[in-house]
Write a protein that binds this ligand. Structure first.
Ligand SMILES: [Zn+2]
Length: 470
């Protein structure tokens, strides 16, 4: 109702409570806008820009004053141990880049005898205890943008949209610092999952029995650790490695996988992990993430992945109760390899040979498929035989992971498309042409991206008012 709107505007008298400078400033802004309005060439965009520019100075001033008041109110006690500070001195200036421009705050400093360290209690009260010159909002900007796009571009986009000037080197440093903080937070959250506290992180579970789906995959990233030392390393007999594996996993409850009107599969709620920290890091992170999504309460756990042996070793080790399933697309590629070995120059014949076998595979008649592969292997000679033999061994080693008919009956995914597309999305940021990373840099930014994806951004930046908006 329009009534509500009317009531939400304060009556004129309430302006009396505002400081006189604010009232004056508002009058000036209104007068300026009134002069602009008759200008025919000005669109709403021009008015938006004008108001934005005119208000930023005021916002900056308000923030500076409010922060200074908060700083002045911080008691002279150590923010770490609570001990009373001695050797107090005042007026230590520190300048921050805030979302309204640079602001300077004067703080008190004191010596904590217990910690044997100088302390600035105001920095803790304002959430600025870490080094660096960015306000919490600007810290968040740097973290979010650098995890989405290269820093040079991010720097330009931030300035264009918000007016905040963050040169690429500053932005990069700040984003990495936030990424390191995210890594520490991830560790803390994951460790909580093995304690009673972990239940607070769990996604609420419905009453009826549910299946938990876990998908695992990997991709590689290019790094330049020991850059410029390649010759030195080679002289020592070490071939410098530039490409390294990034391991990823995702988990979701089957009932969270739904179809759009156009028939595309979407997953409403899921957890993702992505790490350059090796298989062990993946195992720990994926286990914690699966617990959040109901591992332990699930009626059935299904792991879908390609044929890489490290994956199945990890699954046997950490998800022993899970049903294992080979990604159908990978399995079909291996059948196609035999088809091409059989009919190297006849695409139609290859197709005719493979089609009924793919149908059998999907119907769960894997024993017949393996039987056919055995028969084919005997018929072939030399190199083609070797191909068929290795594919036969592939299917034999995965024979317990081919129950596609069961998955179809239960409405479970046949392939690991969900994690494959997730890996692809990370690669759009982390595998651009000409890009080189350092091991610490890529893990930090990937960790930020994962917090964002998992809807846990507010755990890193608690000033976000509404956690549902991430
Ligand atoms: Zn202390």
């Amino acid at each position: 109702m329009s009534n509500c709107c009317v009531q939400s505007v304060p009556p004129d008298s309430s302006y009396e409570t505002l400081d006189q400078p604010v009232v004056d400033w508002m009058a000036r802004l209104t007068a300026g806008l009134n002069r602009s309005i008759p200008n025919k060439n000005q669109t709403m965009g021009d008015l938006e820009r004008e108001i934005f520019q005119q208000t930023q100075g005021l916002e900056r001033k308000l923030l500076e004053e409010a922060s200074q008041k908060k700083a002045d109110q911080s008691p002279p006690v150590c923010p770490v141990c609570g001990h009373k500070l001695s050797r107090l001195s005042h007026g230590h200036e520190r300048t921050f880049q805030s979302r309204f421009g640079p602001i300077t705050i004067r703080r008190s400093r004191g010596w904590c005898k217990r910690c044997k360290a100088w302390r600035f209690p105001a920095d803790y009260a304002l959430g600025l205890e870490e080094a660096g010159s960015a306000s919490p909002s600007v810290q968040e900007m740097a973290a979010l943008m650098a995890s989405k796009m290269p820093v040079a571009e991010a720097s330009r986009v931030i300035e264009h949209l918000t007016g905040v000037k963050l040169p690429p080197a500053t932005l990069d440093r700040e984003a990495r610092r936030q990424g390191k903080r995210a890594e520490r937070k991830r560790k803390e959250l994951d460790e909580q999952m093995s304690t009673i506290q972990g239940s607070q992180q769990c996604v609420p579970v419905e009453e009826e029995p549910f299946s938990l789906i876990i998908e695992i995959d990997a991709w590689n990233i290019r790094e330049r650790d020991n850059w410029g030392k390649s010759q030195q390393q080679r002289a020592k007999g070490i071939e410098p490695e530039r490409w390294h594996w990034v391991y990823g996993g995702t988990c979701f409850r089957l009932n969270q996988r739904q179809q759009t009107d156009t028939g595309r599969s979407i997953i409403l709620s899921r957890g993702t992990v992505m790490t350059r920290g090796g298989v062990d890091a993946l195992r720990q992170q994926l286990y914690a993430e699966s617990l959040r999504h109901g591992l332990g309460k699930a009626a059935e756990v299904l792991v879908v992945a390609d044929g890489a042996m490290w994956i199945w070793n990890l699954v046997n080790d950490r998800f022993g109760i899970a049903t294992q399933q080979l990604d159908f697309y990978h399995a079909s590629q291996h059948l196609w390899a035999v088809a091409h070995a059989l009919h190297p120059n006849d695409a139609l014949a290859a197709h005719q040979w493979v089609k009924p076998l793919l149908k059998k595979l999907k119907a769960g008649r894997s024993v017949q498929v393996i039987g056919e592969l055995k028969a084919v292997t005997k018929r072939l000679r030399s190199k083609r035989r070797a191909t068929a033999q290795s594919e036969l061994e592939y299917f034999q080693s995965h024979r317990n992971r081919l129950d596609y008919h069961v998955a179809r009956k239960r409405g479970q995914p046949l392939g690991s498309g969900a994690i494959e597309s997730t890996c692809r999305q990370y690669q759009c940021r982390f595998k651009r042409p000409g890009q080189f990373w350092t091991r610490s840099g890529d893990e930090a930014l990937m960790c930020l991206e994962t917090f964002w994806r998992n809807g846990r951004w507010h755990l890193l930046f608690p000033h976000i008012a509404d956690p549902s908006k991430n």
